[in-house]
Design a protein around this ligand. Structure first.
Ligand code: SF4
Length: 312
């Protein structure tokens, strides 16, 4: 993804900058997590990557080719290679379709016969812990966790290489979250899948990701390998986010100091051309309110956008 921007025109004078100048890579077989508060542009990024939105500017390359310049045949192939698991397992399944039709729709679109598609749906349901009897049922007959399994089976149906998981567990009970996360990990190992994992639960992100990209108000503020980022976060926003992770061990919890973030996340409509975090940052200086910090590589694979780090 290179300098990707996705703006929404609200009115002639107002522009919502949902994604503003995002550049990062995802390598084959890894899990990259995109984290940040609600409304920071994570889902818009995922949706632009899978072409549900057209970008305002910038490029997304898949296997070296710009996905927005595909011809018809390339587009069809892309639809097979890249799939998405949606956040809400209630609204992302068509209530009028049976599970067999929901999971089998993509297979038939790509030319598979009904008989073969039904056999594959049965296999896919077994893969995600459901069974043959579920094929003729409708989404309302399932729990949230089961619905998300159907969503995962649908994403897997066309044998993709890359899956965008848009907050796949946030609508589920905690006990079910662990099952779905472990299933995603197992599927990745078995099938060599690559994931973009969009989430705001940082404990889950630590468990599942190889690398993390932190977003704030449409911009990218820090990216690094997961262990590095969790051990030594450099950006004040990342430091505050990580300090808010609940600690299970009471002794460690006492030692942990939570870094407060002042105020609410500002509006992404017509944002000022300065550090987007300046109003809430406890280290902000005059420069932070005047100048946008640029992404700087401070160690191999570790990038951060903050004047404080630049000045060190
Ligand atoms: Fe805080 Fe300034 Fe760094 Fe922004 S650039 S995060 S305001 S220190």
């Amino acid at each position: 993804m290179k300098n990707l921007c996705k703006y929404f025109e609200i009115s002639r004078k107002e522009t919502l900058k949902a994604v503003d100048d995002l550049t990062f890579d995802i390598y084959k077989g890894e899990t990259v997590s995109l984290v940040g508060e609600s409304g920071c542009g994570k889902s818009t990024t995922g949706r632009t990557m899978i072409k549900l939105y057209n970008p305002t500017s910038g490029n997304v390359y898949y296997d070296g080719k710009d996905i927005f310049k595909y011809n018809h045949a390339e587009q069809k192939e892309f639809c097979k290679k890249v799939q998405m698991i949606f956040q809400n397992p209630y609204s992302s399944l068509n209530p009028r379709m049976t599970v067999k039709d929901i999971v089998g729709e993509g297979l038939k679109q790509h030319g598979m016969s009904t008989k073969d598609a039904d056999a594959k749906v049965e296999q896919l349901l077994a893969t995600v812990g459901l069974n043959k009897d579920h094929m003729s049922r409708f989404p309302h007959e399932f729990s949230g966790g089961q619905r998300q399994r159907i969503g995962i089976a649908r994403a897997l149906s066309v044998d993709p290489e890359f899956i965008i998981c848009d907050e796949p567990i946030s609508a589920l009970d905690v006990s079910i979250q662990a099952q779905v996360i472990n299933m995603l990990k197992e599927l990745q190992e078995e099938r060599g899948l690559t994931y973009l994992f969009i989430a705001h639960d940082l404990s889950v992100v630590k468990y599942i990701s190889d690398r993390v990209v932190v977003m704030y108000l449409g911009t990218m503020v820090e990216t690094a390998e997961t262990d590095e980022l969790y051990a030594h976060p450099m950006h004040p926003y990342t430091q505050a986010l990580l300090s808010a992770i609940p600690e299970a061990d009471p002794n460690k919890a006492k030692a942990n100091q939570r870094i407060p973030i002042k105020g609410e996340i500002p509006s992404p409509i017509n944002p000022k051309n300065c550090c987007r975090f300046a109003e809430r940052c406890q280290h902000a200086t005059e420069r932070c309110f005047k100048e946008m910090p640029q992404m700087k590589e401070i160690a191999p694979g570790y990038k951060v956008a903050c004047h404080l780090v630049e000045d060190k």
